[in-house]
Design a protein. Structure first.
Length: 234
């Protein structure tokens, strides 16, 4: 009891010396594991897709990819708090953002019955040049956040990129789809054969990259595929 009180005291003292600020509004955040204050967290626009069959993410892949389920945590719009967080994650080396947003997605998956039979998580492989420059794959960081509450193994080496593409941010749907053909391959089918895997990425825009990776995964016999992302672009 005394030790716990001492730990609590030093934690509070450390917090006074090195305040932890909300990524949204800059206010002081008491929980060291949180990147947002309670107000900003609740301002993120939840989709509630986890509990909704035939939601917009799933409809994106109709006729393109044989998925079991799909979801996204939040709606993504330009100049929003969520866009700011994604910039922090992808371009400012703020891995805490990815872990935190992954954790929020993990809570949603944990409460949704239709994802109960997922066996493992697969982070969408990043272009190795980008990963080397960034120092990490943001989808892997998101997976780690998800797995901290939705306790499933992360298969980091099951799928690889065999072709490298340039950024697709400014490209339309057709060009994205054309660029992503034959980009991914399964490196070890024994890791996923006969399993229900959940493919993870940060944002769904056209779905071309997830489609290409998903098609590679579904080449493995008796494999089921679902998709989950932090954000859905509207």
């Amino acid at each position: 009891m005394v030790i716990e009180k001492v730990k609590s005291y030093f934690k509070d003292f450390s917090h006074l010396l090195y305040p932890h600020n909300c990524e949204g509004c800059g206010s002081d955040v008491l929980n060291d594991d949180a990147i947002l204050c309670t107000k900003c967290l609740f301002e993120l626009p939840e989709t509630n897709f986890c509990d909704t069959k035939n939601n917009p993410v799933e409809k994106t892949f109709y006729g393109r990819l044989n998925i079991t389920n799909a979801t996204a945590s939040y709606y993504f719009t330009k100049d929003s708090l969520l866009q700011h967080l994604m910039i922090e994650l992808k371009y400012r080396n703020n891995k805490n953002v990815g872990f935190y947003l992954g954790k929020q997605l993990g809570y949603q998956l944990l409460q949704a019955e239709r994802f109960n039979d997922v066996d493992a998580l697969i982070p969408l492989p990043l272009n190795p040049k980008k990963e080397m420059k960034r120092g990490y794959n943001q989808a892997t960081i998101i997976c780690e956040g998800i797995a901290s509450v939705f306790q499933k193994p992360i298969l980091k080496t099951a799928v690889i990129r065999i072709q490298f593409t340039e950024t697709q941010t400014q490209q339309d749907r057709v060009h994205r789809w054309q660029n992503m053909q034959h980009v991914f391959a399964v490196a070890d089918k024994n890791l996923i054969e006969g399993k229900h895997v959940l493919l993870i990425d940060d944002v769904v825009t056209t779905g071309a990259t997830l489609e290409a990776c998903g098609n590679a995964i579904l080449q493995v016999p008796e494999t089921k595929l679902s998709i989950a992302t932090v954000a859905w672009t509207i």
